[in-house]
Design a protein around this ligand. Sequence first.
Ligand code: ZN
Length: 424
Amino acid sequence: MTRLSSRHISQLHLYRVLHAVRRNDAPMSRGEIGASTGLSQPAVSSLTRRLLENGALVEVGARPSAGGGRKERELALNSDFVWVVGVNISLFQLTVTLTDFAGAVRATRNAPLETPMTKAALVRRVVREVRACLVDLGGVTLAGIGVALPGFVDSLGDLVHWSAVFSGSGRAAGLSEAIAAELGVPVFIENEAKIRALAEQWFGRAARSTHAAVITLDQGLGVGLILGGELYRGRAGLAGEMGHVQIVAGGRPCHCGKRGCLEAYVAHYAVVEQGREAGLLPASRPLLPQDIEPTYTRLAETGRRGGAKARAIFERQGRLLGTWLGNLINLLALQLVIVDGGQHLAIELLEGPLREALDEALALPHRGKVPVLIDHEGGEAWARGAAALVLQRLDESAEVMNIASRHGDDLNTTTTPAARRAAA
Ligand SMILES: [Zn+2]
């Protein structure tokens, strides 16, 4: 077991205080922070004093104390303490966001992207778009950049094992290092579904769940798992790739290079291909990534108007997903599942069959006990996840507190943690 130094323990406690305040919907008194973290009142007083001094927390008001004595001051996050850049890479679009310390998105910038592309070309595009977005940074310190992309991503090893974003073998090593070298701030990459799971755990509906899954269903089928209160990455970051569970030996070709993966039957591209095979959509030319969502929507409209063949495709999509979700809950005894099907998901066509199949697949002790939410949180949920990724990874390397301890010195926009380290 790794022994923690007293400095590290103190940083861990600072982080626990910050995290307790972040997860609470309203400002907190020191007494509430103590109750929430299990830290003693003297410890909470000392930790909150440090966080107030370096600007991570602010006092926002006072309320009468429970004992009728002196009024208790309430504490909240200082949303301008540090900001984080989020970069979301899809197969046809690059989105850059600026998120503040409390998880609010302050600026968003979208640009079209033509994939597959080389790593060097992607780095150039990311650097250009991030620089354009940083014009909006004002006088706030940038903590780092979190990059979300689809595929098999080893966040800790800075390795994309495979992503449909990249040409050739789909592999890219050192992506975050290459972006960091250009922009001079810490950069962390992560699979997009894992980033969504972090967003729900830090800022969203999974804040009180220790065992939860976030499913992203659009151009692929991604799974982000929170197990035992932590984002579960597994060996080489490969955990959660349940979208590539093989359901038909030698079945439909999947983007990942295998055949018969569930994704190859239920992702939006797969639904569109089934629509083309059924003669419901023109099949004259190969589909480009940017065509898939509009074509999926067109097929859904045919189903809504009563087209039996189209309805059958969505019903099958729903049934396959329901069975699979039931098995996932059985395997991991999850408390909560969130399915984000993107803004185009034909929810009214597939939800009935999905819930029926789910109920059938669930082990009896789970039936009626596990909420499965199917919706679309909007395009900004991943940006909060990117912020959570950066703040968490910086915390793991104790960097957040380095930012904290030096924050008061200088609020210059160009002064990044890396630049400060170089100057120190
Ligand atoms: Zn696959």
